[in-house]
Design a protein around this ligand. Structure first.
Ligand SMILES: [Zn+2]
Length: 389
């Protein structure tokens, strides 16, 4: 569905959504044994500590074992652990909406509805004091862009079924705060006012909002939590092994730390970058269906890149940071996707793109950013010289 083809329904805005969210439609409903997420969040840290302690107390017993016994135990534990986790993983594989990517989802729809509802309430209350009033021009602008995107994408069940949308601008001006936005499944989107200052056209803002809507549409939040739970299972086994088999506490601590860093570098961060890239791609489609100028997406990414490089004082660092691909690379990716997004616009009978390409600004703002960076660097060097004197 596209802009102009969708019959806009009356949207129901309320900060506390019902638990009848439309996410249910994206899950399969075979009966599966799953650990309730809220319980696992509480239990997991305790189990990890127990794994470390039991491993440590089993160390003497392990060291006293003959080598052949150790190998027998390792083989048995490896086979049971690997088969169990593989079975658990395969039984919980699902397809991502739109992109069809296979992924692991640990929860039943009912379990996830409860968790996402609690997260929604928590995040809403956490930022409530920073909301700009609804009669503020920034909120009016956000409302306009959000409605355009939602109405044009009414065929996406996950966006349009029972989501209870709430969208707000946070009073976080530029340059003190980064250009940023966040979303919570169940329909909450928060945008820093800095984003509305720096992203001067609705086309640029539309890409940021469409990106957040894509996260909700694709169910990235539940996927992220599910993956965390699966990794927790593996980590508990590895932690128990480390503290059992390594002969001293000092080496165990270093190995433990090394393992945690490896997980972050080789699993968590690449995964995060993968879903961000996916949200960029689907976000561009969402934006195209609403007939926005898709060429604003690379410009927006360039502005984010400059913001990340120059503005070090931001504290609201939930998105567009290290867990994301470099913004400049995302801009290149957007450029690569423009032809297919243009086809989406054509299929939606959108008007032709304006003759003035917003990407013409990229060279200019990159030059300004370079000049500012040189100034900052020079000032920093002067400070260092003064300190040494
Ligand atoms: Zn994102």
């Amino acid at each position: 569905m596209c802009k102009g083809k969708f019959h806009p329904r009356k949207l129901d805005f309320h900060p506390y959504p019902s638990v009848n969210a439309g996410l249910r439609k994206s899950f399969h409903t075979t009966s599966r044994k799953m650990i309730p997420p809220a319980i696992w969040i509480v239990v997991a840290p305790v189990v990890k500590v127990i794994a470390v302690l039991s491993g440590r107390f089993s160390r003497k017993w392990w060291q006293a074992l003959p080598t052949y016994k150790k190998l027998q135990y390792l083989n048995a534990a490896g086979c049971v652990g690997f088969s169990g986790l593989s079975l658990y993983y395969c039984k919980h594989l699902q397809e991502t909406p739109i992109t069809g990517r296979k992924r692991f989802i640990a929860f039943t729809p009912a379990q996830y509805e409860k968790l996402s509802y609690e997260t929604y309430k928590h995040v809403f209350h956490q930022y409530e004091k920073e909301f700009l009033n609804k009669d503020h021009p920034f909120h009016t602008r956000l409302t306009r862009v959000f409605h355009n995107l939602l109405w044009a994408n009414g065929d996406f069940v996950q966006l349009n079924s029972n989501q209870k949308w709430e969208y707000r601008v946070l009073d976080r001006p530029y340059p003190k705060h980064h250009i940023n936005a966040l979303c919570v499944e169940h329909g909450l989107i928060l945008v820093n006012s800095s984003a509305l200052e720096v992203l001067q056209t609705d086309d640029e803002l539309a890409f940021i909002i469409a990106h957040e809507m894509a996260h909700i549409l694709l169910g990235h939040q539940q996927e992220n939590i599910s993956q965390g739970q699966l990794l927790d299972f593996m980590i508990i086994a590895v932690m128990a092994s480390i503290w059992t088999m390594i002969p001293s506490d000092g080496i165990s601590i270093v190995t433990h730390w090394f393992f945690a860093k490896c997980r972050q570098l080789f699993v968590d961060l690449p995964y995060s970058r993968k879903v961000e890239t996916e949200a960029d791609k689907v976000g561009l489609e969402i934006m195209a269906k609403a007939c926005y100028d898709i060429r604003a997406a690379p410009l927006t990414m360039t502005k984010l890149s400059i913001d990340c490089n120059l503005n070090e004082s931001g504290k609201f660092q939930m998105e567009f940071l290290k867990t994301h691909p470099l913004s400049i690379r995302r801009a290149e990716h957007m450029n690569h996707l423009l032809p297919s997004a243009e086809l989406v616009r054509e299929s939606c009978n959108c008007p032709e793109l304006p003759s003035k390409d917003p990407r013409e600004l990229i060279t200019f703002i990159s030059y300004l950013a370079e000049q500012r960076y040189i100034k900052l660097k020079t000032r920093q060097n002067l400070k260092q010289v003064t300190y040494k004197l």
